[in-house]
Ligand binder design. Structure first.
Ligand code: SF4
Length: 352
């Protein structure tokens, strides 16, 4: 399907929308007052391939800490602010590259102040609707949740347009995949705002991975979405890795190593999950597009993974290193991962 044509906004040095490619985001877990802890999370997220990181800024005093972090951050930072427009203004002053607000819980006059300040600074505002904050009273309150979510969020975006502000990004998150997908489809059909995709309260890692991949993946395959976040109860860098895995699986971004592996069968004599995990960790820093196969046996492995750039296949007390289906070296098992990493860096033209 043709990708939806969205308008483009700029967040720090990162373009979003208008065919700029899908960005991957996450959010820190540290309190913003924990400057070093926040920076460590941001650096780990950057190493995993994040394009943007969001931090919760709960009050105007916290904005000062946000500014100290932004001054040293390797990535543009988004300030997540709620309720008090003064907090949003303070975060803008302190160097936010984008702010996320939920206008439903903000004083209307405050929204005008935020629109003015963001306009002067040339930064986007994400109108982040989510199922927990949708108004369930007044006209249309008995509509399906996805419609309420889409309409309320579009109404706030229209209010920003009336205020002369156009660099709006929209998200409409629910914790159910089907509700979320319907809400985004409704917004996509009625506007050209760049869309940040994700679910809210998506759950622990394992359940969120499936739910988020189903929801975000189905939207992306329909050409809807400009930015994604896999949110789960876990670490920020892990969210980024999951997001990038999805984009690679959908062939929407190709940088980084894709690990493929066989399911293993009676021919395998190794702990294949462990070997695949070690390979993933050892190659996580490589940004070149490489397909690396971790196969369970040397008899069929290199052939079955003939379309991989390189790989490992243990057997006969050694680990066979193969490049494009051809075995090039037999390695002692304790050298296998290190040699794989060396070869991957060579093929990718990269070094640590
Ligand atoms: S590569 Fe070897 S271990 Fe893996 S599924 Fe094929 S035959 Fe079985």
């Amino acid at each position: 399907m043709e990708p939806r044509k969205s308008r483009r906004v700029r967040i720090g040095g990162v373009d979003m929308g208008g065919g700029a490619g899908i960005t991957v985001q996450t959010m820190t877990r540290s309190r913003v007052e924990e400057v070093e802890g926040s920076l460590a999370e941001i650096r780990a997220a950057a190493a995993s391939g994040a394009d943007l990181v969001r931090l919760a800024v709960p009050n105007p005093a916290a904005a000062g800490y946000f500014g100290r972090i932004a001054a040293r951050s390797p990535l543009p930072l988004v300030a997540d602010t709620h309720f008090d427009w003064r907090t949003t203004l303070a975060a803008i002053r302190e160097g936010a590259a984008k702010v996320r607000v939920n206008p439903g819980n903000m004083d209307p006059d405050g929204l005008a102040r935020v629109a003015e300040a963001a306009g002067v600074r040339g930064i986007p505002i994400r109108v982040g609707g989510n199922s927990g904050s949708v108004r369930r009273s007044g006209e249309g309150a008995d509509s399906p949740l996805s419609e309420l979510l889409a309409q309320e969020t579009l109404t706030w975006a229209a209010r920003l347009e009336e205020l002369g502000f156009r660099d709006t990004v929209i998200s409409v998150k629910a914790s159910e995949a089907a509700v979320t997908v319907r809400a985004y489809r409704l917004v996509a059909a009625q506007s050209d705002y760049p869309l940040h995709l994700g679910l809210t309260a998506a759950g622990p890692r394992e359940s969120s991975l499936l739910k988020s991949a189903a929801a975000i993946g189905s939207l992306l395959l329909d050409g809807i979405g400009d930015s994604i976040r896999f949110s789960f109860t876990g670490d920020a860098a892990g969210e980024v890795a999951a997001g990038r895995d999805l984009l690679r699986a959908l062939a929407l971004r190709r940088e980084g190593v894709e690990i493929i592996s066989c399911p293993a069968c009676g021919r395998s004599r190794v702990e294949l999950p462990e070997l695949a995990r070690e390979a993933r960790e050892a190659l996580g820093h490589i940004r070149s597009p490489l397909r690396v196969a971790i196969m369970g046996c040397e008899v069929n492995g290199p052939g079955e993974a003939g379309d991989a750039d390189l790989g490992l296949a243990p057997g006969g007390g050694a680990v066979h290193l193969f490049i494009r289906g051809r075995v090039v070296e037999k390695l002692p098992p304790d050298r296998a991962i290190a040699r794989l990493a060396e070869e991957a860096e060579r093929l990718g033209g990269e070094s640590r």
